[in-house]
Structure formats: C-alpha cells, structure tokens
Ligand binder design. Structure first.
Ligand code: ADP
Length: 625
C-alpha cells in the first residue's frame, strides 16, 4: 500500500528552484548524491567497529541505463527507516532550507555560484531534480522494512513498501530529455574524477567487455583513486583536487579557499592534518547554529566524525579540514572519544599551526590577508579574550584601521608601536560604531596636533576584547575617551583656566547636573569647545548601547564634560555670566553644547525635538542681529 504526502512549503519552493533555475552547473547533482552515499557508508562502517559481523565490502555504484534513460546511484551504507526517509527527505525540518531560500531571494535566483551553495545548506538530495523529472529512492536500514520513496518534484511524494533486504540506498533518476549526457560513461567518470576522487570508498560503474570468444562479460570499473588527500605529498596534489576536497569539507560552499595547510605532528601525539583557511565568510557566519562545525576526525584513515568540535578553539571555527590521528583508540564511542585528553593536545598543535600560518600570510601576502581579515577578523579577535595562552600570537596578527591609516587601510599593532615617537608612551585607541563616527571625535584633536596615531576600534567585539588586552610590546593600551589624560606642558594653563572661567564651570555643572558628573578643563582639545569623557571604570556609551541591544539592563552612567580653555565659546560664556546674563536663556546654550558633543561621538541626544527647537531659536536670534 502506498501513501502520498505533501512536501513542506519550503521544500516545494526549493524544488521549483532546482527544476527551473539552477542550470549553470548541473554536474554537481552527482557530487551531492555520491557525498550522501559516502556519508551513509561512513556511518555504517563506524557501526561495524562495534558489531564486526555487519562489515561488508563498502561500495558506491553508479549504473547508467541508456534504454530506460535512468541513472542509478547505489550504496550499501546505513540506509534509512521509513521515519528517517520522511524526516530527511520529505519534510526537511532543517534550518538550512529557510536560510537558503532567503539568501536566494537576496542574491537573485540565477546567481552563478548558486549550485555551490546547495551543499552548504544541506539540501543536496534535491539537486537530483535538476536532471531528473522523477526520482525513486529505495532504502533499507538493518532490522527495518525496506521503503520506497518516489516523487516528480512537484508538490508531493509517495511512500510504499519495497523489496530490498541488504542495508543501503538505491536512487534511480529518470533523466530529463536534456540531461541524457549523464548516461555517458565518460561524463560520469569525468564528474567523479573531478569532485569525488578522494572519497574513501570505491565508486564503481559496470563495464562491458567482449572476450576472445566474443562473449560479453560485465565487470566493474573503479572511477576514483580513493587516496586520502591529507596523506599525500602537497607537491603531488593538483589545484583541482584541493578545490574539490575543500568543497566537500566546507560548510561555507564554494571551491575557493585562501590557503591549504598540511601538518604532520610527531611525538606526544601523532597525527596528520589538512586544514583550509576559507576565502569568504558565508552570509550567515554569525548565525548561532552554523557557528561551529569542527574538523573531520579520522583515526588511522578510518572516518570517525565530521564534526569534532574539540579539535578547534571557537575563535578558529571558520577553519575546515581533516585530522587523522594515529594514536587515538579506535574502539570507542564518539561520546567517550570526546573526553580523550589527546584531542586537547591536537587542538593545541593545530591552533599553533594555524596562527603561525596566518602570520606568514600577513607577512608575505598582505593584500589577501587583509581581505581575509575583513571576513573573519571579528571572530579571530575573540581569541584575544578567550585564549590567553595564545593571546600574544593573536595580537601579532590582528589588524585595525587608525586615524592616520585612511579609510579601509589597516595596520598591525607592531606597525603602530614602531611608528610611535619617543615622547609617546602608550598605545591610544578610540572605540565606536564606525569609522566616520570615531574619526570626527573631538577627543582626537590633541593626537592629531601631536601627530600621534590612534587605533580605531569599530568592531562590536573590540571593547569587550580590550577589557583583557592590557599591553603590547610592553606598551599599555589607553582609550582616548576614557579616564584622566594629562600633559605636564599644559598643567599651568589648565589650572589658570579653572580660575579664570570658574563661573562657567559652576554654571555648566548646575545646568547639566542630570547628565554629567563633572565639568573640567582638559588638554585633549584643540578646535572643539568640549567633549564627553567616560570615567576610567565605567562602560563607554558605545558599550552601553551594545548591552542594551542585547536586552541587558544597563544604567546610564553620567559622563564627564571636558572644556577647551582656548575656545572663544568658553570665554563668551564667562563674560555673559560676569555681566549677569539671564541664566534661563544661557541654560539653553548649555544644553545645546552638551547635545552637539553627544552627536559628535555618535550618541543619540536625549530629546532631538528640543535640540532642533533650540538650534532654530539660536539661528533666528543670530540672523536677526
Ligand atoms: P545533507 O546531506 O546535506 O544533510 P541532503 O538533502 O543531501 O542533505 O540529505 C538529507 C539527509 O538524508 C541526509 O542528511 C541523510 O540523513 C539522508 N540521506 C541522504 N542520502 C542518503 C543515503 N544515500 N543513505 C542514507 N541516508 C541518506
């Protein structure tokens, strides 16, 4: 008896796309189905470690039939129960589908890199509908009844009982008339060679031979070399091989990576690894469920798991690759394996290697390193806070824009320190939302005059990181908008100003008492009348906003208003007050002074309407004079 079921709406949308628009590289359907078959074999082989009687000759078969115009992809892997078929193939309860559709909407359906993105979202099976107008899947899970799933990729699929006793899955594609090229054995062999050569199981196809007596015999031809690419010499691996292996591993999609890193570790723990630094972050890099996949773990060439999170620290979660250990025990469950201290040792070695390779890139290929850093820098910076053991190494490879660097140009901390004049003893930085906001801060005026550079910390994560970043090359970090700032050369002038403009200071303190905790003269300013400073221990306004954006209840901390003793506005205030001016109208000026300081640092003003009204009044007065 057969049952017909509706696809979920998202699946229907996805299928429509597969059928109608993803034509630029249809070959990848075979890569996806072979990859699924290889995964199924990995799972079955892993089970056979604990129940050796289930071990069999693991294999993937590709069988074209020119008369029936069908292509069969079969494996003797783990298979699926009926529930699993419904779960995996019928409904796609995965977050990936929605994200994929959303991205298609944004990028446009015919984007050239679309096929490469299919794998990224775990929707590979449906790519069969690019070449087939009907797909049948017969599958058997050990100990369960076999089941047949079939669909024309429209709105529903049918489930029925099937005759299959051996575990595994057999997928029959009824090829579209314009996809018959996939019946040609040269084409099949070309695709397998290009995308699936390293798959650890033989991928075979039947081959007819006519013997001396003109009898036809059918044998099997193996299409892939099955060589574990991470065990081969780098000089013998072609670009194409690296690329397809990267595509197979990466959960970011695409074949373009920045760097392949081979690693052979001997001694305390022996392993070989092949790691990739990706080129481009996926659009959903920061989405929590795609955050960390981990590396693939093999033990003595035996696949164990493709998501071994223990092998990488969080801040390197964008790295993908394979670790093949020779001293982890084979006969253990994944859960027990996760507690094995050897994994920690491997992580330490892998982390050190990745950091040193990034440093090499920075030194030898600055342009590409900068592009890479734009994509992944904010994740790497997490390590400054979380990986104390490697913090110094990470400090060597992080990049920042700076006041003197120009927009979009980066410097390293070392370059900053090397350029410091002798009179400068600290590393200065300013944090805020974006370059434009921090670049116009009055707090930079002093540094501009001195010619001292200031690092721009405009990643949301920077301020958090700065809480644990105290020094680099024995120089302290100091925020230009936080805490006291003194210049002995100006001490006398500051003291004198305090006396000369005592009325102004008193007046501003009184008028702005709700918003600022203190008013004083400062040597930070050159052109602006005033700026707002945060007390050394308090959160900066930028940090406060970030916390509030994360729904955390943060009290507003009062700021310190610093005045420029050389600005005519201060002198004007003082003489008005000395002449006994009306304090109510001067109070309005005080508020405008504070509001413009807030605007300059990128903070919102408390009451924009009032601010606008005051400006209008002041303009009217000025124009009427
Ligand atoms: P992905 O492989 O990225 O998870 P697919 O749409 O290609 O996404 O496959 C969905 C799921 O269906 C797989 O995760 C797997 O559980 C199951 N599946 C697909 N092909 C096979 C197969 N040949 N054998 C066993 N299970 C399979």
């Amino acid at each position: 008896m057969s049952k017909t079921r509706q696809f979920k709406t998202e699946v229907q949308q996805l299928l429509q796309l597969m059928i109608h628009s993803l034509y630029s590289n249809r070959d990848i359907f075979l890569r996806e189905l072979v990859a699924n078959a290889a995964d199924a074999l990995d799972k079955a082989r892993f089970e056979s470690l604990t129940s050796p009687d289930t071990a069999r000759e693991w294999k993937i078969k590709i069988v074209p039939d020119k008369e029936a115009k069908t292509l069969v992809i079969a494996d003797n892997g783990i298979g699926m129960s009926e529930d699993e078929v419904v779960e995996n193939i019928g409904t796609i309860a995965k977050s990936g589908t929605k994200a994929f559709l959303k991205m298609l909407e944004e990028k446009g359906e015919n984007s050239a890199d679309m096929p490469e993105l299919i794998g990224q979202f775990g929707v590979g099976f449906y790519s069969a509908f690019m070449v087939a107008d009907k797909v049948e899947l017969v599958t058997c899970r050990a100990g369960e009844e076999a089941v047949k799933w079939s669909s024309d990729g429209q709105s529903n699929y049918t489930l029925s009982k099937a005759e299959k006793t051996e575990p595994g899955t057999e997928i029959t594609l009824y090829l579209k008339s314009d996809a018959e090229i996939y019946l040609e054995s040269w084409k099949i062999s070309e695709i397998v060679h290009r995308y699936s050569d390293f798959i650890a199981y033989p991928i075979v196809t039947p081959e007819k031979k006519i013997d001396e007596d003109k009898n036809e015999t059918v044998s099997e031809r193996t299409l892939n070399s099955q060589k574990a690419i991470w065990l081969r010499k780098p000089s013998e691996i072609t670009d194409e091989e690296y690329k397809s292996f990267y595509a197979h591993l990466s959960n970011f999609g695409g074949t373009e990576y920045l760097k392949a890193i081979h690693m052979t570790a001997e001694g305390a723990s022996e392993f070989k690894a092949l790691l990739f630094l990706p080129k481009q972050a996926p659009f959903n890099l920061l989405m929590p469920d795609i955050q960390k996949k981990g590396l693939q773990l093999y033990i003595k060439r035996m696949f164990i798991t493709d998501e071994c999170k223990e092998l990488l620290p969080d801040y390197l979660r964008f790295v993908c690759g394979v670790v093949d250990s020779s001293d982890l025990p084979l006969n253990v469950s994944r859960e027990i394996l996760q507690q094995n201290p050897l994994l920690g040792k491997i992580q330490t070695a892998v982390t050190g290697k990745i950091l040193s390779e990034m440093k090499k890139l920075l030194e030898n290929d600055r342009e590409n390193y900068e592009k890479f850093f734009v994509e992944f820098g904010r994740i790497i910076k997490e390590g400054l806070h979380t990986d104390r053991a490697n913090a110094e190494k990470i400090k060597d490879i992080v990049l920042y824009e700076s006041m003197n660097s120009g927009a979009g140009k980066f410097i390293t901390l070392k370059e900053y320190v090397d350029a410091m004049p002798e009179s400068q003893t600290e590393i200065f930085y300013i944090s805020g939302e974006k370059r434009e906001a921090v670049a116009s801060s009055p707090a930079l005026e002093y540094f501009r005059k001195k010619g001292w550079d200031v690092l721009f910390m405009t990643d949301p994560i920077d301020e958090w990181v700065m809480q644990s970043m105290f020094q680099y090359m024995k120089k302290n970090f100091k925020s230009v908008t936080k805490g006291d700032f003194t210049d002995t050369e100006q001490d006398d002038a500051i003291k004198a100003a305090g006396e000369k403009y005592a009325k102004t200071v008193e007046f501003l303190k009184k008028e702005l008492s709700g918003q600022v905790s203190e008013v004083k003269f400062s040597c930070r300013l050159a052109d602006s009348p005033c700026c707002l400073i945060t007390d050394g221990a308090a959160l900066s306004p930028h940090m406060e906003r970030l916390f509030r954006a994360m729904n955390q209840d943060i009290p507003v901390s009062k700021r310190i208003l610093e005045l420029n003793c050389e600005h005519p506005l201060i002198a004007a205030f003082e003489s008005k007050l000395a002449a006994g001016a009306d304090e109510a109208s001067l109070g309005k000026y005080a508020k405008v002074l504070l509001d413009q300081a807030l605007l300059l640092e990128g903070s919102p003003v408390a009451d924009p309407a009032e601010f606008a009204r005051s400006i209008q009044e002041l303009l009217t007065e000025a124009l009427n004079k």
